[in-house]
Design a protein around this ligand. Structure first.
Ligand SMILES: Cc1cc2nc3c(=O)[nH]c(=O)nc-3n(C[C@H](O)[C@H](O)[C@H](O)COP(=O)(O)OP(=O)(O)OC[C@H]3O[C@@H](n4cnc5c(N)ncnc54)[C@H](O)[C@@H]3O)c2cc1C
Length: 260
């Protein structure tokens, strides 16, 4: 079985995340670029299955800038068998439509039985790329899974709704996305770090994937950030001392803030 894990490079959530107001894009110089933690958990799902099934091949795929290399190498060090980095300057500012088109083309090139993605990235946060990729590939998708059981012919998992839990199933080939309820990723071991250097690492341009942006994206709308506004600095809180009228003061405060 071939499992492909989609891994997105994002600004480190522990650093300051800054938008460039002139372009609407992330100012990546403001923080370290890391692979999104949710995607490392997605890789852990794949590697745990591979631990118990030696015939499983795990491929990590990312579309992003040159900084993605470090994250993909980490994926190889954790235990993935090969990596594909989609790198092309024409992809700067790609929206979810372009991103899903390109990832679907990459997956067509790698081949797959199961694709595992995070449910939602920590920067764009659209939460739609896995479903869009599945639609483009014409395969079933079960998203926002809190548990995953993989077998030779299908994948089963649980997904929460506002009122309870759904147990869902898809036959392979399929795309799934997982939530933070799935276990944290393992740390790469020294042996893994050394062997990662010898594992296949493909850098693919749009041309390599059979995509001519002038043709594929011609007439296809792309959403663009028009304006960004910096979040106002956090103001100091209001302290209410109870002198017999704290309830009224609290209620007034909440009403003034449109919180009641
Ligand atoms: C500052 C900023 C500016 C942006 N500007 C625009 C803009 O002008 N127009 C616009 O429409 N969009 C814009 N985006 C959105 C950006 O292009 C999206 O982040 C990207 O298309 C993926 O969408 P998402 O992060 O919402 O994916 P989600 O659907 O939240 O991602 C879910 C999962 O899909 C997979 N995935 C997503 N992207 C990738 C990837 N590149 N490689 C591998 N796996 C991936 C991962 O497994 C991820 O966990 C901007 C984002 C930011 C942060």
């Amino acid at each position: 079985m071939k499992i492909v894990v989609l891994m997105k490079q994002v600004p480190d959530t522990y650093g300051e995340r800054i938008l460039d107001p002139s372009t609407g894009l992330v100012d990546r110089s403001g923080s370290d670029a890391v692979i999104d933690e949710i995607d490392e958990r997605a890789l852990e799902v794949a590697l745990s299955y591979k631990d118990a099934h030696k015939d499983v091949e795990v491929v990590v795929v990312s579309m992003g800038s040159t900084a993605v290399t470090v994250g993909l190498r980490k994926g190889l060090a954790m235990g993935a068998d090969s990596a594909v980095h989609v790198l092309d300057s024409a992809l700067a500012g790609a929206d979810v439509g372009w991103t899903s088109t390109v990832l679907a083309a990459a997956l067509t090139t790698t081949g797959f039985d199961l694709v595992i993605a995070g449910n939602e990235s920590t920067d764009g946060g659209g939460g739609v790329v896995p479903a869009m990729v599945a639609e483009r590939l014409g395969v079933p998708h079960v998203t926002y899974l809190e548990s995953v059981q993989i077998s030779d012919d299908g994948v089963v998992g649980e997904r929460s709704t506002g009122r309870g839990k759904l147990r869902v199933h898809a036959a392979l080939p399929a795309v799934i996305s997982i939530t933070e309820r799935l276990p944290e990723a393992r740390f790469p071991k020294f042996k893994g770090i050394m062997s990662a250097k010898k594992k296949p690492f493909t850098v693919a341009s749009l041309g390599d994937l059979g995509i001519d942006p002038a043709v594929t994206f011609a007439g296809v709308g792309r959403s663009v950030v028009l304006q960004t506004t910096k979040r106002p600095a956090r103001a100091s809180g209001k302290k209410i001392v109870d002198e017999g009228n704290a309830g009224v003061e609290l209620a007034d405060f909440l009403v003034a803030g449109h919180l009641l």
